[in-house]
Design a protein around this ligand. Structure first.
Ligand code: SAM
Ligand code: DTB
Ligand code: SF4
Length: 324
């Protein structure tokens, strides 16, 4: 049973330590707290995007340092996935700076990439922009496990961040992904100047998707010179902990992913996020275009905190409660 807006609001405003404690309890009821799912990101097509997302270094209209790169080859993806697998990643996430998927040879190539990743026994995830139902079915047939399509913020705040598409466009793609039987990865970004109500509103929309997303990335804005949001002040760790804990409580079945912004967090800060229910990270020294903690540093953190990378396909969608 999902929560209504008032309930989510009241969870969000719980005193911090009480909130973390409650989130930790729920986390333990639904998940193995010693396991963290490790994903690796590849930017298969970089920069030159026609959209105007205010946070994004890959939008063609902003003058950033990102170099445009056409679609990678299947071979390159194969090699990068093999390395990521050796490093303990169970999921490969392929990101493309596209507004939407077009039915052309590039899409056929992405389908081949998905098959290659699947053949390695890894979960394949894509984030390619908007999709039709038919395109989602093709991805499902190629063996795609998850599709990432973030709501980013609340419906009310959406047009202040992005004007080239609507919240409804986003929800439509998520519905198409769902219809094709692919698991949904959808979350957002904090630190864009949004109000607390926008964070609550976004979690409310996510929690009330039926079924809710299997994976919810919580990104802290990575400010990039040249983007409209370049001067936002950094997110405080307490806001990240609060957001993760609230997401954990309102969407207990989901994997909550501590996504962009970890470079600005201490190990202690991340430990609090794991305690509050985060159970997934992106590993590898690069996200799509911006830096991420070094792989060895993350493995050291896992060792210190007693965490282990989770094996591929070990979560069934909408897993029932696991016994303690
Ligand atoms: N073009 C596709 C789309 O927008 O859905 C896929 C790639 S896009 C880069 C994937 C997600 O990365 C965005 O929805 C956003 O949440 C996140 N993102 C992009 N730039 C970011 C930044 N500077 N800081 C934090 N998250 C960011
Ligand atoms: C998500 O929520 N975060 C990842 C992944 N999904 C695709 C991307 C973060 C990108 C951060 C900015 C960059 O590296 O370009
Ligand atoms: Fe393009 Fe995605 Fe960046 Fe928006 S977030 S500008 S759609 S790559």
């Amino acid at each position: 049973m999902s929560m209504n807006r008032e309930q989510i609001e009241s969870v969000y405003h719980t005193p911090l330590l009480e909130l973390v404690f409650r989130a930790a309890e729920i986390h333990r009821r639904f998940h193995d707290p010693s396991k963290v799912q490790v994903s690796s990101l590849i930017s298969i097509k970089t920069g030159g995007c026609p959209e105007d997302c205010g946070y994004c270094p890959q939008a063609a209209r902003y003058y950033t340092d990102v170099k445009v790169h056409k679609l990678m080859t299947v071979d390159e993806v194969d090699k990068l996935s093999e390395n990521a697998k050796k490093g303990g990643a169970s999921r490969m996430c392929l990101g493309a700076a596209w507004r939407e998927v077009r039915d052309n040879r590039d899409f056929d190539r992405v389908l081949e990439m998905v098959k290659t990743i699947n053949n390695k026994g890894m979960e394949a995830c894509c984030t390619l922009g908007m999709l039709t139902e038919e395109q989602a079915k093709k991805l499902a047939d190629a063996g795609l496990y998850a599709y990432n399509h973030n709501l980013d913020t609340s419906e009310e705040n959406y047009s202040s961040i992005i004007s080239t598409r609507t919240y409804d466009d986003r929800l439509k793609t998520i519905a198409n992904v769902r219809k094709a039987g692919i698991t949904v990865c959808s979350g957002g970004i904090i630190g864009m100047g949004e109000r607390t109500d926008d964070r609550i509103g976004m979690l409310h929309t996510l929690a009330n998707l039926n079924p809710p997303p299997e994976s919810v990335p919580i990104n802290a804005l990575v400010t990039v010179e040249g983007t409209p949001l370049e001067n936002q002040k950094p997110v405080e760790i307490w806001e990240m902990v609060r957001m993760v804990a609230t997401a954990r409580i309102v969407i207990p079945t989901a994997q909550i992913r501590l996504s962009a912004g970890r470079l600005n967090m201490s190990m202690e800060g991340q430990a609090l996020c794991f305690l509050a229910g985060a159970n997934s990270i992106f590993a590898g020294d690069k996200l799509l275009t911006t830096p991420n903690p070094e792989y060895n540093q993350d493995m050291e953190m896992f060792k210190i905190l007693g965490l282990k990378p989770e094996e591929a396909f070990s979560k069934k969608p909408h897993a029932e409660e696991v016994p303690r």
